[in-house]
Design a protein around this ligand. Structure first.
Ligand code: ARG
Ligand code: ZN
Length: 465
C-alpha cells in the first residue's frame, strides 16, 4: 500500500531541516599524539577512546562470590590509528597493579573512568601492539542515567554481568563503545560448584584445588557492552540444534521450572528468525537464566542472551532478534538505539502475527490509540535527546511502529528484503539511521523521507497514517 504524503507532514519535513542524523561527530583530540578520551558519542562523551582500535581481548578473571573480589588480567591486541605517546582505556573502579605495552612496563594513571597509559616509546601509526593490564578489586555496577544498574552486578550466588551501555568498564579495561568491535577469549575461574558463562563457544572446563576454570571463545567481532562473564549456581544443558547450532543454556535452579518450556523453543525461534532475517550470525547460541530480581532487564549478550529471571516467549524472541539487529549489525552512536530496540520489538510483533496471535497492524493500532499526552509520544525515537532516554518506550514501541509504517508503505516483499539486506550487508559490522533509510529507499524505489521524518524525528504523536 503506497501512502500518500499528507500536506501537514510535508510541512513538517520542510521544517525539520537537514536530513537524518549521520554518524557521531569526532571527539576533540587532546593533542597531536594523545589519544582522545572518548570516540565523540554525545550521549556518553567518555565512552570508547581515540587513536587506536582493539582487535582482540584475552580476559583471564577469577571471582570469589563470597568476598566479591575479582582478579583480572586483560591482554588487548590493538592497532594504532595515529602516532600515540599516550592513550586511554575505559576502566571504572578496581585497582590497577601493572600495565605493559609490547611487553615493556608502561606508565599509567587513573582519571575518573579513564585509565591513561603512557607507553615507554611512542606507537607508530598502523603499528599493531599488545597491552596487558593487571587489576583486582570489588567491582561495582555503574548507575545509568535511567537509574538501572549496569555492569558487574553481584547476586546471592555470583554475578549478573550485563554492560549496556556503559558497564563493560566495571569489569575489564576496554575501548568501551560499539564502534570498536573485537573478538574475545575468556578464562573464568570460580569456586567449584559455580559456573561462569561467557559469550560464543564453550571450550571446556577444568577443576583443581576447589576451583573451576571455564574457557570461552567469541570469535566474531563483539561490542564490549555485549560481553558477559556471568557467575552462579547453574544447571547446564548443551545440545546441537537440527540446524547445527551449538546451544549452551545455563539456568539458575530457582528459575528452571518456569524457564524450561520457553527454552525448549529456542531452536524453533532461531530457525524462524533465520528464515526472515537471514542466517544466524554467530557460532554459539543459548541462554543464561539467572535469578537476579533486583536487575529488572534482560540483555542480548552476544550469542547467549542474559535474563534476570525465566523469560517469557516474546522476551526470548526479542533478545535473540538482537543477535542480528544490534549485535551483528552494531550501532555507530547510541542516538541510533532504535535500530536495536525498534527492530527487536518489531520482531516480537512479527513472531506473534506468524504464530496465531494478533497481527502487527493490530499491535500498531493498539499503541496508536494512546492519547497525545502519553509517554509513548514524549520524544521521537530517532532523536532520544540524551542517554537517559535510550531505553524508554518511544525507542522500543514507536521504533517498531516506524518499521510497521515502512512495511505498509513498501509492501511485504520489499520490507523483508530490506531487513535481510541490512543484516547481510552489515554482518559483523555497523550501520546508522541514514544508512538504513537509504537502503530502504534503494530497495523499494520509493521516496521514504516523509515517512522517516515523521516517525523518527517528528515531535509529538504523528498524524493518522
Ligand atoms: N537492550 C536491553 C533490551 O533488550 C535493555 C537493556 C537495558 N539496560 C539498561 N541499562 N537500562 O531491551
Ligand atoms: Zn532490546
Amino acid at each position: 500500500m503506497a501512502a500518500a504524503v499528507p500536506v501537514a507532514l510535508t510541512a513538517l519535513l520542510a521544517a525539520s531541516g537537514p536530513a537524518l542524523a549521520g554518524p557521531a561527530a569526532a571527539a576533540p583530540a587532546r593533542g597531536g599524539t594523545v589519544g582522545a578520551a572518548g570516540v565523540g558519542d554525545p550521549y556518553f562523551p567518555l565512552a570508547g577512546n581515540g587513536g587506536y582500535h582493539v582487535s582482540h581481548y584475552g580476559l583471564t578473571l577469577s571471582y570469589d562470590p563470597g568476598s566479591r573480589r575479582l582478579d583480572g588480567a586483560a591482554v588487548l591486541t590493538a592497532r594504532a590509528a595515529q602516532r600515540l605517546t599516550q592513550f586511554d582505556l575505559d576502566l571504572k573502579g578496581l585497582t590497577v597493579t601493572g600495565v605493559t605495552v609490547d611487553h615493556v612496563k608502561a606508565g599509567y594513571r587513573r582519571d575518573g573512568q579513564e585509565l591513561v597509559v603512557t607507553p615507554r616509546t611512542p606507537l607508530r601509526p598502523g603499528h599493531a601492539f599488545r597491552v596487558t593490564v593487571a587489576y583486582h578489586g570489588v567491582p561495582a555496577p555503574v548507575t545509568d542515567p535511567d537509574g538501572s544498574p549496569d555492569g558487574w552486578i553481584p547476586t546471592d550466588d555470583g554475578a549478573f554481568v550485563a554492560g549496556e551501555p556503559q558497564g563493560a568498564m566495571t569489569w575489564f579495561p576496554a575501548d568501551n563503545h560499539p564502534l570498536d568491535k573485537a573478538s574475545y577469549d575468556f578464562a573464568l575461574t570460580v569456586p567449584a560448584g559455580r559456573t561462569a558463562v561467557a559469550n560464543g563457544v564453550f571450550l571446556g572446563s577444568r577443576t583443581a584445588h576447589g576451583r573451576s576454570t571455564f574457557r570461552w571463545r567469541q570469535s566474531e567481532p563483539m561490542a564490549a557492552y555485549l560481553a558477559t562473564a556471568t557467575v552462579g549456581t547453574f544447571r547446564v544443558e548443551r545440545y546441537t540444534t537440527p540446524d547445527g547450532l551449538e546451544v549452551y543454556d545455563a539456568v539458575d535452579p530457582r528459575e528452571a521450572a518456569a524457564a524450561a518450556p520457553v527454552l525448549k523453543k529456542l531452536p524453533s525461534v532461531l530457525k524462524w528468525e533465520s528464515g526472515i532475517f537471514g542466517p544466524y550470525p554467530f557460532r554459539g547460541a543459548g541462554a543464561i537464566v539467572d535469578h537476579a530480581p533486583s536487575v529488572g532487564f534482560a540483555l542480548e549478550t552476544q550469542s547467549r542472551p542474559l535474563y534476570d529471571s525465566a523469560p517469557g516467549l516474546t522476551t526470548l524472541v526479542h533478545e535473540n532478534a538482537h543477535q542480528w539487529f544490534g549485535d551483528s549489525v552494531s550501532l555507530t552512536s547510541w542516538k541510533d538505539i532504535w535500530l536495536n530496540e525498534g527492530f527487536a520489538t518489531y520482531a516480537e510483533w512479527l513472531y506473534t502475527e506468524q504464530h496465531g496471535g494478533a497481527s502487527a497492524q493490530k499491535e500498531f493500532d493498539k499503541f496508536y490509540a494512546r492519547p497525545a499526552g502519553d509517554a509513548l509520544w514524549a520524544f521521537p525515537p530517532g532523536d532520544p535527546g540524551n542517554g537517559g532516554n535510550i531505553f524508554a518506550t518511544p525507542v522500543y514501541v514507536r521504533g517498531a511502529m516506524t518499521l510497521h509504517e515502512l512495511r505498509r508503505t513498501v509492501g511485504d516483499q520489499a520490507f523483508f528484503r530490506i531487513l535481510r539486506a541490512w543484516a547481510a550487508d552489515r554482518r559483523d559490522g555497523h550501520g546508522d539511521t541514514a544508512q538504513f533509510t537509504a537502503l530502504a529507499q534503494r530497495v523499494s524505489g520509493k521516496d521514504l523521507r516523509p515517512l522517516f521524518h515523521t516517525w523518527l524525528l517528528g515531535q509529538g504523536k504523528p498524524a493518522r497514517p
